[in-house]
Design a protein around this ligand. Structure first.
Ligand SMILES: [Cu+2]
Length: 142
C-alpha cells in the first residue's frame, strides 16, 4: 500500500502546479469582509489537503494588509474572543474552513476595494507557500 499512495500524492502535486501555484493543497472560496473606515478585514477560505501528509499553515502575508494574522474566534459563556494562532494544521485528507466565528485571517490596515481581488500568500511549514486571490466583499459578505 505504501507505493501507490506515494505515487498518488506526487500526481496531485504535479496537477496543482500546472493549474496554479505549486500549492500542495486546494484553497477555495477565498474572500475578505471589507468594513468601513479603519476596521480590520476578516479573511475566509476553505482548504482541502490532498497531499497524503499533514500540512501546517504557519502564517499569511499580503501587500493589501499592514499586518496579517491568523486568528481563532471562540465563544465561551457568551463572551466572544479572538486568539492569535501560531499555526493551523490541516490533516492529511482533511478539510479546514476559515469562516466567520472560527479561524480567520485578520487584515489590519487593509488596502482593498469592494468588488476587487487581492492576493494573499499562505506560508506552510517546510518552506512552501500558496498564493491565492481573495475576493473583496462588503460588510454583508456579498
Ligand atoms: Cu480576528
Amino acid at each position: 500500500m505504501r507505493r501507490p499512495s506515494k505515487a498518488f500524492s506526487v500526481a496531485i502535486l504535479l496537477a496543482s502546479s500546472v493549474t496554479a501555484q505549486a500549492a500542495p493543497f486546494d484553497i477555495s472560496g477565498a474572500w475578505f469582509r471589507s468594513l468601513p473606515g479603519k476596521l480590520p478585514a476578516g479573511g475566509y477560505f476553505t482548504v482541502q489537503n490532498n497531499t497524503g501528509r499533514d500540512v501546517t499553515i504557519t502564517g499569511a502575508s499580503s501587500d493589501a494588509c499592514g499586518m496579517l494574522m491568523i486568528h481563532q474566534s471562540s465563544n465561551k459563556g457568551g463572551m466572544t474572543s479572538m486568539m492569535m494562532m501560531e499555526e493551523v494544521k490541516v490533516p492529511a485528507g482533511g478539510k479546514i474552513a476559515f469562516a466567520p466565528g472560527g479561524y480567520h485571517l485578520m487584515c489590519e490596515r487593509p488596502k482593498m476595494k469592494i468588488g476587487g481581488k487581492v492576493p494573499v500568500t499562505l506560508h506552510l511549514a517546510g518552506g512552501n507557500s500558496a498564493t491565492v486571490a481573495f475576493e473583496v466583499r462588503g460588510a454583508a459578505g456579498k
